[in-house]
Design a protein. Structure first.
Length: 246
């Protein structure tokens, strides 16, 4: 589609496949010099044994999962039970075989606070960074950000520039941990608008307006990427009766 001149926001094919596979994603991030937690599969006994040297707790989750599927935070002596539980609930591989340790990943639990960071690349010039929009996650629910506070994007710009150079166009949603006095580490990438974008939109950013302007070839000022830090927002859901059976 891009070769035909169609604007397609997102990442190239290699990164698209990588974002769906947490092991491959970690390898791609390491390849561009990006801080990211060491990631090994659930059957890599030697690799798993080395992780506690960097962290007292370990993260276990599905390799091809989403929405925190299979997620467990455990001490070193609980990692084998967590891996077995994640294998039991992992989606079946494409070849129809039973899930195994290859379908689970293990990582160190990172210090610091988790942030959602939207990285916006130019729609027409792949690799050109246009904006970084960040929020600190205050409360999570079922793997989604339920409450967040907008924050200064400055600590995340260096990481965003590296990711953008990997032929990014448009917006992608990333998760990063930021420890006090340290550099942020990337733990996940969703190559699309994520559920956390509304938190920075409510603080003043307007990526849809940027998309429309670039798609239509219109001039646009830079205030679309400006937002106020310290704005706290929360999701709200309600259920209503729309009809009743007689």
């Amino acid at each position: 589609m891009r070769e035909r001149g169609i604007l397609v926001p997102g990442v190239d094919r290699a990164w698209q496949l990588g974002c769906a596979d947490k092991l491959r994603m970690a390898q791609l991030l390491e390849g561009i010099g990006m801080p990211t937690p060491r990631t090994v599969t659930g059957d890599d006994e030697a690799g798993i044994a080395e992780i506690p040297a960097a962290s007292e707790r370990l993260v276990v989750k599905h390799r091809l999962g989403s929405g925190s599927s299979g997620l467990a935070l455990v001490p070193a002596d609980g990692v084998r039970a967590a891996i077995d539980a994640a294998i039991d609930s992992a989606p079946a591989p494409a070849d129809g075989s039973a899930p195994s340790g290859q379908d689970v990943v293990v990582q160190p639990c990172l210090p610091g606070l988790e942030h959602g960071v939207d990285i916006v690349g130019d729609l027409r010039e792949p690799g050109e960074l246009r904006a970084v929009l960040a929020r600190r996650k205050v409360r999570m629910r079922a793997g989604e950000t339920d409450k967040a506070a907008s924050v200064d994007p400055a600590p995340f710009v260096a990481n965003a520039e590296k990711i953008a150079r990997a032929q990014l166009t448009g917006l992608i949603d990333t998760d990063m941990f930021l420890a006090e006095g340290g550099e942020p580490s990337v733990i996940d990438i969703n190559p699309r608008f994520g559920g956390g974008y509304p938190f920075v939109h409510l603080a003043g950013a307007d990526v849809p307006r940027y998309y429309l302007a670039r798609a239509l070839g219109l001039e646009i000022d830079e205030d679309w990427r400006e937002y106020a830090p310290g704005v706290i927002s929360a999701n709200h859901e309600s259920v209503r009766v729309t009809s009743t059976e007689a």
